[in-house]
Ligand binder design. Structure first.
Ligand SMILES: [Zn+2]
Ligand SMILES: [Zn+2]
Length: 342
C-alpha cells in the first residue's frame, strides 16, 4: 500500500487493515471530493427525490422503487428497491445519513436494496457513515425482516466489527411495526401517516404513506390497485407520487394478472381528481407495452391519465427531484454526466 493511499485512508478514519478489496480508494476519494451532493433543503420546503422509478424488472434506466423525502432536517426513505444504494450515492447522499426508513410491503422489488443500505451504510467511508441503530418502519413483518437480515449477515457484522472496528450499535437494525392506519412517525415537525392500500387479496399487508410538514403534504401510494383509501388520506395534498401500470388496450391473460395488482393510468386519473394535488407524479412504472420504448410508454401513460384528470402530471425518472413550497413546485432532472440537478 502506498503512503498516498494510507493518507487517504487516515483522512477518512478508516483502519488500514480493513482495506482488503479497496484498491480503488484514491479514485473514490476523488469522487467524494467532487460529488456535489443533493442541494440543500430550505426550512419551508419538502423535497421528494425519486431514487428509483422502476419495478421488479432489472433495468439500467429505471432502478428499483425507492423515494427520498427530505423535510425538517430529516432524510426519510420510502422503500428500498434494487440499486437504491447506487442511486443515493450517485446523488451525493451518504447511506448513513438516512434518518428513518419506511417500507410499503414485502415484495422483493421494494426491499431487495435494504441489506445494501444497511450494511454499506454502517461502514466508514463517505458513502456509509451511519452512527446508531437503523430504524425501519413498516407494516407487520418488518421486524421479522430486520431480525432475519441480522442473522443472515452475521458474518459480515462479526468481520467488520473485528477488522474495521465498526461499533456494534451501528450494525443494529430494528423494525417498528404498525397494523392500522394512523400516525407512525413524528419528529422535527414532520408527521408520517401510514395507511392501508390494495395490492390484491394475497399481498397483505400493503401500505402507502403521507408526509406532512410546515402545512405541506406529499403522498406515496406504494403498490396498489385503484384504492379509495388513497383518496381518503390524500385530501389537501400538494404532491402525489403514484404507481402505474401501462398495458396495451387489449390485455393478454398475463397482463390482466399483473393489472389485477396495479393501477392503470385512467384509474390513477380518478385518484388524482379525488385528491387534487398541485402536481401528480408517476413512479414505480410497470411497463406492459410489448416491444415499445420507455419513451412510448411514458407518452401513452400521460395520454391515458388525461381521460380522468387534467391537472399537471409528470412521469418521473430516476433522480428526478421535486421541491414543494407554498409558493411553487419545482422539478429538476439529474444530469448524470455532471452529477448535478438542473
Ligand atoms: Zn413493486
Ligand atoms: Zn408489489
Amino acid at each position: 500500500m502506498s503512503s498516498e493511499m494510507k493518507s487517504g485512508i487516515t483522512r477518512r478514519g478508516v483502519v488500514g487493515a480493513s482495506l482488503i478489496g479497496w484498491a480503488a480508494l484514491p479514485a473514490m476519494d476523488a469522487m467524494a471530493a467532487t460529488a456535489p451532493g443533493l442541494p440543500p433543503v430550505g426550512k419551508d420546503e419538502i423535497v421528494v427525490t425519486l431514487v428509483g422509478t422502476g419495478s421488479v424488472v432489472p433495468n439500467t434506466q429505471r432502478y428499483g422503487y425507492c423515494t427520498l423525502v427530505q423535510a425538517g432536517g430529516l432524510n426519510l426513505l420510502i422503500d428500498a428497491g434494487r440499486g437504491c444504494a447506487v442511486r443515493l450515492t450517485q446523488a451525493g447522499m451518504p447511506l448513513g445519513h438516512i434518518d428513518a426508513f419506511f417500507l410499503t410491503h414485502f415484495h422483493s422489488d421494494h426491499v431487495i436494496g435494504l441489506p445494501d443500505l444497511w450494511m454499506t451504510g454502517y461502514i466508514h467511508p463517505y458513502f456509509g457513515q451511519r452512527a446508531g441503530i437503523m430504524e425501519v418502519n413498516g407494516p407487520t413483518g418488518t421486524s421479522n425482516l430486520c431480525n432475519s437480515m441480522r442473522a443472515a449477515f452475521s458474518d459480515d457484522i462479526r468481520i467488520r466489527e473485528a477488522d474495521e472496528k465498526i461499533p456494534d450499535v451501528n450494525t443494529q437494525i430494528k423494525g417498528n411495526e404498525f397494523s392500522k392506519d394512523g400516525v407512525i412517525f413524528e419528529k422535527n415537525g414532520v408527521t408520517v401517516t401510514g395507511f392501508e392500500v390494495n395490492h390484491g387479496p394475497l399481498i397483505k399487508p400493503a401500505v402507502g404513506y403521507r408526509v406532512d410538514y410546515n402545512g405541506l403534504s406529499i403522498l406515496c401510494s406504494g403498490d396498489t390497485k385503484f384504492e379509495q383509501n388513497i383518496i381518503t388520506h390524500g385530501q389537501g395534498i400538494d404532491l402525489i407520487v403514484h404507481e402505474v401500470a401501462t398495458a396495451n388496450e387489449k390485455l393478454s391473460p398475463d397482463d390482466q394478472a399483473v393489472m389485477n395488482h396495479h393501477t392503470s393510468p385512467e384509474e390513477a386519473g380518478i385518484i388524482f381528481s379525488g385528491t387534487k394535488p398541485r402536481l401528480a407524479v408517476f413512479s414505480h412504472l410497470v411497463d406492459l407495452m410489448d416491444n415499445q420504448s420507455d419513451a412510448w410508454m411514458v407518452k401513452e401513460t400521460l395520454r391515458r391519465v388525461k381521460k380522468n384528470w387534467q391537472g399537471k402530471t409528470i412521469v418521473g425518472d430516476d433522480l428526478t427531484r421535486i421541491s414543494v413550497t407554498k409558493a411553487a413546485i419545482k422539478v429538476q432532472k439529474f444530469n448524470e454526466a455532471k452529477g448535478t440537478f438542473a
